[in-house]
Each structure stands twice: as C-alpha cells, then as structure tokens.
Write a protein that binds this ligand. Structure first.
Ligand code: CU
Length: 114
C-alpha cells in the first residue's frame, strides 16, 4: 500500500480458540467494532459497536476473544519518505512463531517520487 493509506482490517478469531492479543508494530489503529463477543466481554460494551472501555483511543494492541470479529482502522499516513514494513502479530510468542504474523509494506506515495 502507499503511504497515506487508511485501511479497515477485520480480525477474526475462531469460536474454539483462545484470546489473541494482536499487536501492530510502529503504527497505531482504532477499534471500530467488536462483534461475536463472548458474554463476559459483550456485557462490558459501552456502545452499539460492542466496544469496551479498553477499545477507546489509539491502540497498538487489541485482544480478540474466541468467536469475535474486531474491525480496526489502521492509519499509515504519518510522514516517512522510504519503504517501511510493519508487523502485525499475536503477542503470544508461541503463536507468533507458528505463523500468526504478517508483514505490511508501505511504499512512499508515488506522487512524491517525481
Ligand atoms: Cu495468539
């Protein structure tokens, strides 16, 4: 993607799973919604989007509970004039080491290269 991108990511956790603390290196996001939450999380919701108090504000980590879908607004608009790679991964080391990690490449905006 190009620098300046603002994306919505949807992170889903299987119902028969465990909570995964999903972390984005080097940038931040906002939690837009949390659906499919287990009862103990759903009853903490503060709004119609299922968000809890811990979801408010800029975040670099979000806990995704079993059965949940969490939508994130990721923002890569901060200035940087070269390629930059960001990692998004589960913060549980065994999960990260077994593949719960992706890299996102952000290129300089093409209109700034000339
Ligand atoms: Cu995990």
């Amino acid at each position: 993607m190009d620098r300046g991108a603002r994306e919505v990511w949807e992170v889903r956790n299987e119902p028969a799973s465990m909570p995964h603390p999903m972390h984005l290196h080097g940038s931040a996001f906002r939690v837009l919604s949390r659906t499919g939450s287990p009862d103990q999380v759903a009853r903490l919701a503060l709004d119609d989007h299922g968000r809890t108090a811990g979801d408010l504000g800029r975040k670099d980590t979000v806990l995704v509970w079993p059965g949940e879908t969490v939508r994130l607004a990721a923002d890569f608009s901060h200035p940087f004039d070269d390629d930059q790679r960001y990692l998004f991964h589960c913060h549980i080391l065994e999960h990260e080491d077994n593949g719960m990690m992706i890299g996102v490449r952000v290129r300089p905006r093409s209109d700034r290269l000339s």
